[in-house]
Design a protein around this ligand. Structure first.
Ligand code: NAP
Length: 447
């Protein structure tokens, strides 16, 4: 029997997974809910705000859907609250009937090759955080006197960072890119951008629409090595591989032109070492092939691509949350369809997980909707079958947070930041200009 008192749920993370989970909770009609959504930063929407490239406004328009869900009557937003610093897992379990962890995957996957820590070698996530205006990003991202950049990986993040490196402030004039980022990009001396895949074009993870955009850059020409984009005509490819290969092969005839920048998309080059003594000077790769068993093997032939900066775009990785179970090998919170499992593999009552920290860093934004819905379906079942929220209402957590001096940015505070960014954008002749430092964000939230 479902309780007739509101079931209190804490959602950790206000990216698509957390907000879609919130939406699924407020839209169900089995029992009343009160959902408190927590985020580490003042602003909601996670990777939609701090991951989707600024020149992809159509993808970003999903914000209006997320806004409506967060603005629901029985939902409250708590920005600037961090698990482990301001609240503990025990606090949440004491004050909420259920906790949904939806904290995403915030760091890069390591390559495990020499030179990864040399100055000039950065996770692509750092560059993304910078151009997206994340308040924790390195400011400014070091692009001074850089001529050649290697991007490791052939996923959509690699394409995003390569495209952003190739674009000029004029190309980005109508985006929400923070003004200091536009200024730095205007000074960029980057000429060569090499995107390097360890396997073939038919194995690339990027999507064809994003790949095509490389060929449409006003300021950069795109090149491929004909032999590297050739595929066995007898092998039938799946749709994504087929369309990607067709786009890449369409660039075979591209010659050198007078555009200021050049993007080369390379394949079958397995990173072997990021070379340099006190800073990066290149990426040494071993030419690779797939053996009969489908394993990638080196051929003993090496090539060093000169580079001043190496951006590692080999995928994201989730970090363990303080006190919460974590499966290190797979980089996720262990779970059965969103119900968190303890070390013995038993369901840990009251704890749920959604999004990248549940299934790993794959899929598009919309994938998180079905993912979060599955989690919430199980949470609803647990309530309906009396496994959680069966007792009297739990105490409020609000007093504890203020007693600890936590300076929460609530939804009204976020709306003030939003309004200030739109105001700044208007003054600069664009829809929005993002605020990218903590002090100004907090000040805008309170003003
Ligand atoms: P991803 O799609 O998993 O691509 C990672 C790339 O890194 C792959 O090419 C992979 O090659 C390569 N890689 C992994 N380990 C490597 C190693 N040790 N050495 C060399 N290369 C290595 O990851 P992502 O690009 O970070 O994207 C994450 C998710 O966000 C994806 O689902 C993506 O579609 C999504 N996303 C979407 C958009 C968009 O829709 N516009 C934009 C950004 C991100 P192998 O295949 O050989 O492992």
């Amino acid at each position: 029997m479902a309780p007739d008192r509101p079931v209190k749920v804490a959602v950790l993370g206000s990216g698509p997974a957390g907000v879609y989970a919130t939406g699924a909770l407020v839209k169900q009609t089995d029992f009343p809910v009160q959902v408190d959504v927590f985020d580490r930063v003042p602003t909601p929407y996670g990777l939609v705000r701090y991951g989707v490239a600024p020149d992809h406004p159509n993808i970003k328009s999903i914000v209006s859907v997320l806004h409506d869900l967060l603005a629901s009557e029985n939902v409250r937003y708590f920005g600037c609250v961090e698990l482990g610093r301001d609240v503990t897992r025990a606090d949440l379990l004491e004050h909420y009937d259920a906790v949904i962890y939806a904290t995403g995957a915030s760091v890069d996957r390591h390559l495990g090759i020499p030179g990864e820590d040399l100055p000039g070698s950065y996770p692509a996530t750092e560059f993304v955080a910078w151009y997206s205006g994340h308040p924790d990003a390195r400011q400014p991202f070091p692009l001074d006197d850089i001529e050649s950049v290697v991007v490791i990986g052939v996923g959509n993040v690699a394409l995003d960072v390569a495209r952003m490196l190739a674009k000029t402030p004029e190309d980005l004039a109508q985006t929400d890119t923070p003004s200091p980022v536009l200024t730095e990009l205007g000074k960029s001396t980057v000429h060569d951008i090499h995107i390097v895949g360890r396997r073939g074009p038919e194995h690339a993870k990027f999507t064809t629409k994003e790949l095509r955009e490389l060929g449409e850059l006003a300021n950069a020409s795109v090149q491929v090595v004909p032999a590297e984009v050739a595929v066995d005509p007898d092998v039938e490819l799946e749709r994504l591989a087929r369309t990607n290969v067709a786009v890449l092969q369409g660039w075979v005839e591209n010659g050198i032109d007078d555009k200021a920048r050049r993007v080369s998309v390379r394949f079958w080059l397995r990173p072997d070492e990021i070379v340099g003594t006190d800073k990066v000077t290149g990426l040494r790769c071993e030419r690779a092939v797939l053996d009969e068993s489908g394993t990638l093997v080196g051929t003993g032939e090496f090539e060093t691509i000169p580079a001043d900066v190496v951006l590692r775009a080999a995928g994201y990785r989730s970090l363990p949350l303080p006190g919460v179970a974590f499966d290190d090998a797979n980089g996720v919170i262990p779970n059965a369809a969103g119900r968190v499992l303890d070390a013995a593999g038993n369901v840990s009552p009251h704890e749920y997980v959604a999004g990248w920290v549940k299934r790993g860093p794959t899929g598009v934004i919309g994938t998180n909707k079905s993912d979060a819905t599955e989690t919430v379906r199980n949470l609803i079942e647990d309530v309906n079958e009396g496994r959680i929220a069966a007792g009297p209402a739990l105490p409020s957590f609000d007093e504890q947070l203020s007693a600890r001096g936590v300076q929460v940015v609530d939804f009204a505070g976020w709306l003030r930041i939003d309004a200030e960014e739109i105001r700044r954008g208007k003054a600069e002749g664009r829809p929005r200009s993002k605020i990218s430092d903590w002090e100004s964000l907090i000040s805008a939230a309170g003003s």
